[in-house]
Design a protein around this ligand. Structure first.
Ligand SMILES: Nc1ncnc2c1ncn2[C@@H]1O[C@H](COP(=O)(O)OP(=O)(O)OP(=O)(O)O)[C@@H](O)[C@H]1O
Ligand SMILES: O=C(O)C1=C[C@@H](O)[C@@H](O)[C@H](O)C1
Ligand SMILES: [Mg+2]
Length: 194
């Protein structure tokens, strides 16, 4: 299924950014969506790790969260300016919306799609994977931290997202299908999927 020819009518339909909390499937869905659309895929977290030569926990530990957020902005801007990544699907990090300049960049140059999930779904997806993650450091419980982060970021996701997809009870392939259909409709459909 190569649908890239259907995406030209909307000025934002060049680059596609997936946003949403950790564990919502941005990387998993992003890879599959890019393959389905015949577009390049880029994962912002992986881009940062490759360019910094450090893992994300190492960046947080050695340079702090503010430095990570600067790298995240640098990564987003670089991807947006890279001709080889024209029309790419980009899986962002869960906290990309915390930086105002990232939100401005996303609003200006990207089709932004938010993946939404309940705390239970996110916790299930992250099971066994939260131990080394900086945002789960000192967390009382995984569920509590997921909720805290979501409450802090909810309005920020809302500010930049043009379309929202609930992933609860859907396979990655089903999520891809919902997004691809929305893009095919020229991004004009309702802002939340049915
Ligand atoms: N719709 C889905 N159904 C079932 N499992 C899923 C779904 N989406 C993602 N997963 C699983 O959840 C886990 C987290 O997915 P993924 O790494 O894609 O999330 P992410 O949003 O990129 O997270 P992060 O912000 O940490 O990068 C993976 O094990 C993945 O296989
Ligand atoms: O939610 C967050 O703040 C983060 C999410 C991950 O994707 C990484 O970008 C990093 O661990 C920070
Ligand atoms: Mg990811």
């Amino acid at each position: 299924m190569n649908q890239s020819s259907n995406l030209g009518s909307n000025p934002h339909c060049g680059r596609i950014a997936l946003i949403g909390p950790m564990g919502s499937g941005k990387t998993t869905v992003g890879q599959r969506l890019a393959a389905a659309l015949g577009r390049p895929f880029v994962d912002l977290d992986a881009w940062i790790v490759a360019h910094a030569g450090l893992s994300i926990p190492e960046i947080f530990a050695k340079q702090g969260e503010a430095a990570f957020r600067r790298l995240e902005l640098e990564a987003l801007v670089s991807v947006a300016q890279d001709d080889a990544l024209c029309g790419c699907v980009c899986a962002t990090g869960g906290g990309v919306v915390e930086t105002a300049a990232c939100r401005a960049q996303l609003s200006r140059d990207w089709t932004v799609i938010e993946l939404r999930a309940t705390v239970a779904t996110l916790a299930a997806h992250l099971a066994g994977e939260t131990a080394g993650r900086p945002m789960f450091r000192d967390a009382v419980s995984v569920e509590r931290r997921i909720l805290e982060l979501y409450e802090r970021r909810k309005s920020l996701y809302d500010e930049v997202a043009q379309f929202r997809v609930s992933i609860d009870g859907r396979t990655p392939e089903e999520v891809v299908h919902v997004i691809a259909r929305h893009l095919q409709e020229g991004c004009d459909a309702a802002s939340m999927d049915a």
